[in-house]
Design a protein around this ligand. Structure first.
Ligand code: FE
Ligand code: ZN
Length: 254
């Protein structure tokens, strides 16, 4: 029983994910800002898309929802509070709800902070979480519609409670610049230094166009364990330190 996860590079640095249940060939698309690369990948995989899953309503994660939903005649899931603003919205989810995909089930975490309606999809059996713009590799999303307290709950009480070996599939390829900031705020953190070296090597091989990115240049997924070791927001001692680091990062030029 296996859930295959394909990373589809979209826009300039976004990740769209194609999830395929290999027992049933049922598939879901997570966060689709543009249709063409996703359609190409689905056709190459020969998968049958049955659902579109959105982490939040921002256009760089959802603009292609209506076109894809119409193409495959499938529902679009997002947080209940985003009914009016998530493109293509058909099904509302709340904390504790589940969504099935073939033999697999995702648990929903409501993690408002980047946006009020932000959710994460946790596949416990497949050891994968899709967390959009809340938790990034070595970073976290900007607080557009939330407070440091809300981000603390999202990172420490919810995502940070997942097991170390859960893979973190986030919304953007921001890892290198995030690690530069992490090294700035925690200069003695050797795990950050070591990962920054690895990530710089990977990113040095980046294609001119992100759409042509090869797996070798992608630094996502990370894991919850790696984030515990390297992420300055997950590692913040308290809400005040998290808030101070987030404010510092908003104006940081590496
Ligand atoms: Fe966003
Ligand atoms: Zn985004």
């Amino acid at each position: 029983m296996s859930l295959r996860i394909e990373r589809v590079p979209t826009l300039r640095d976004n990740y769209t994910y194609l999830l395929v249940c290999e027992d049933t060939n049922e598939a879901a698309v997570v966060d689709a800002p543009e249709a063409a690369p996703v359609v190409r990948r689905v056709e190459a995989a020969g998968a049958r898309v049955v659902k579109i899953l959105s982490t939040h309503h921002h256009p760089d994660h959802s603009m292609a929802n209506p076109e894809l939903a119409e193409r495959w005649r499938v529902p679009v899931y997002g947080h209940v509070s985003d009914r009016e603003r998530l493109p293509g919205f058909t099904h509302g989810l709340e904390e504790g709800d589940t969504v099935s995909l073939g033999r697999h089930v995702a648990r929903i975490l409501h993690i408002p902070a980047h946006t009020r309606g932000h959710i994460a999809y946790v596949f416990d059996d497949a050891k994968a979480v899709f967390c959009g713009d809340t938790l990034f590799a070595a970073g976290c999303g900007r607080l557009f519609e939330g407070t440091p307290e809300m981000m603390w709950v999202a990172l420490h009480d919810k995502l940070g409670k997942l097991p170390d070996d859960v893979r973190v599939f986030c919304g953007h390829e921001y890892t290198e610049s995030n690690l530069v900031f992490a090294a700035h705020v925690e200069p003695g953190n050797l795990a950050v230094q070591w990962k920054l070296e690895r990530v710089r090597e990977a990113r040095a091989r980046a294609a001119a166009d992100w759409h042509d990115a090869a797996p070798e240049e992608m630094t996502v997924p990370s894991t919850i364990g790696e984030e515990r070791a390297t992420n300055p927001f997950l590692r913040a001692a308290d809400v005040a330190e998290l808030g101070a680091r987030r404010a510092q990062k908003d104006n940081f030029r590496g």
